[in-house]
Design a protein. Structure first.
Length: 380
């Protein structure tokens, strides 16, 4: 697997935007697509052409940017969806069909033959129009394994260049994902793409398991934005591939933080402080033991250099800080305290941090120092 090429097919502009309450305007969509392209993301799923005028305008605008990334539109298995993609100037389309009994019952009244007929017709129509066709099995994770393989094999036969395995409701674990995807890989000769959701917090882990099984493309969204609990996060998948498997995706990781901020702003969804890779606390150190370690050697408590993802290391003084950290932060401000003074400041820091329920700013720390010093002076 180490030498295999894994490509990211980012769907922030399709599945990411499908998240409840998210709506990008055309300028934001263009900015996000341009940024993703500029850092080296190879493929972008940029929307659903069948949604209507506003959506097609932004898809057409992105298609006209002349990006290096391949662009994909999302479609149901019918000619009018495909025609809408064509009208946007797209050259590749994704066609999604339900493959689990639950989904086929809801969307095709249980008539799986009708679903397959529609898929065949949609693929034929798209291929005749000169489009490259990716096919996705919606709810692949809950589909009967032999039926899923039949659908994928037929899609391949009818002309699909890739099959997407979708854990649509995020119910798999990595080992099960591996086994299910492995089965597709051994029987298909077209590449398999992973599409995973985070309902049980396993989207990134399941995407990696699929890649280990042989999938060579993976859907991501920036910040893990997506329906319900979201999708596999681009920054997590890219960094896990890089750090765990030494797989380069061709993406400039130093700009991941900047990308995250762009999407957080456009989606009006700030990332939580503890969010992997891009959260405010991802490289912040407050506790005494950790800060002491980091001051000696950053490798003690950092998985990799923050600069690799565009962050910088931050020391913050708060409830869990110790003498070493307080001393070092104050030293940077040109203040050297003796050990007695440090102890008094430390106690004051702990008291105030609990009161304000956060770590303290440098200014607040300096205030505590002067209060402590005048108190000590008055009691001399
Ligand atoms: Mn999805």
């Amino acid at each position: 697997m180490k030498n295999s090429l894994i490509q990211i097919n980012d769907t922030t502009l399709r599945d990411g935007e499908q998240a409840a309450g998210i709506a990008f305007n055309i300028e934001e969509k263009i900015a996000i697509a341009t940024f993703l392209d500029s850092i080296g993301v190879q493929e972008l799923e940029i929307g659903i052409p069948a949604m209507g005028q506003e959506e097609t305008e932004s898809i057409r605008a992105i298609a006209n940017l002349g990006l290096k990334a391949k662009l994909l539109g999302w479609n149901r298995a019918n000619r009018s969806d495909i025609q809408a993609s064509l009208n946007c100037g797209l050259q590749r389309v994704h066609i999604s069909v339900p493959v689990s009994d639950i989904q086929i019952a809801a969307k095709f009244h249980g008539q799986w033959r009708v679903m397959l007929d529609r898929l065949k017709d949609a693929i034929n129509f798209a291929c005749d129009c000169g489009l490259a066709v990716s096919v996705g099995g919606e709810d692949s994770s809950r589909a009967e394994a032999s039926f899923l393989l039949d659908v994928a094999t037929l899609a391949q036969e009818w002309g699909a260049f890739r099959f997407r395995f979708c854990d649509t409701v995020g119910v798999l674990d990595p080992l099960t994902t591996y086994n299910k995807v492995r089965k597709l890989i051994t029987h298909l000769h077209i590449p398999v793409e992973m599409h995973t959701h985070n309902d049980l917090g396993l989207a990134t882990a399941n995407a990696l398991a699929g890649i280990q099984a042989g999938a060579s493309s993976v859907n991501t969204t920036v910040n893990g934005l997506g329906e319900r609990a979201g999708n596999a996060a681009l920054e997590e998948v890219v960094m896990a591939l890089k750090r765990i498997y030494s797989i380069q995706t061709g993406i400039d990781t130093k700009r991941l933080l900047e990308l995250s901020r762009l999407v957080a702003k456009a989606s009006n969804c700030p990332v939580p402080p503890w969010k992997a890779i891009v959260g405010e606390n991802a490289f912040a150190h407050e506790s005494g033991i950790h800060a002491h370690g980091i001051l000696q050697n950053p490798v003690t408590y950092e998985p990799f250099d923050p600069e690799e993802v565009g962050w910088e290391r931050r020391f913050v003084v708060g409830k869990h800080s110790g003498r070493h950290l307080v001393f070092s932060v104050l030293q940077e401000q040109g203040i050297i305290l003796n050990s007695e003074e440090i102890q008094l400041v430390l106690e004051a820091v702990r008291h105030q941090a609990v009161e304000v329920k956060r770590s303290l700013t440098v200014e607040e720390l300096l205030n505590l120092v002067s209060q402590t010093r005048s108190y000590a002076h008055a009691n001399r």
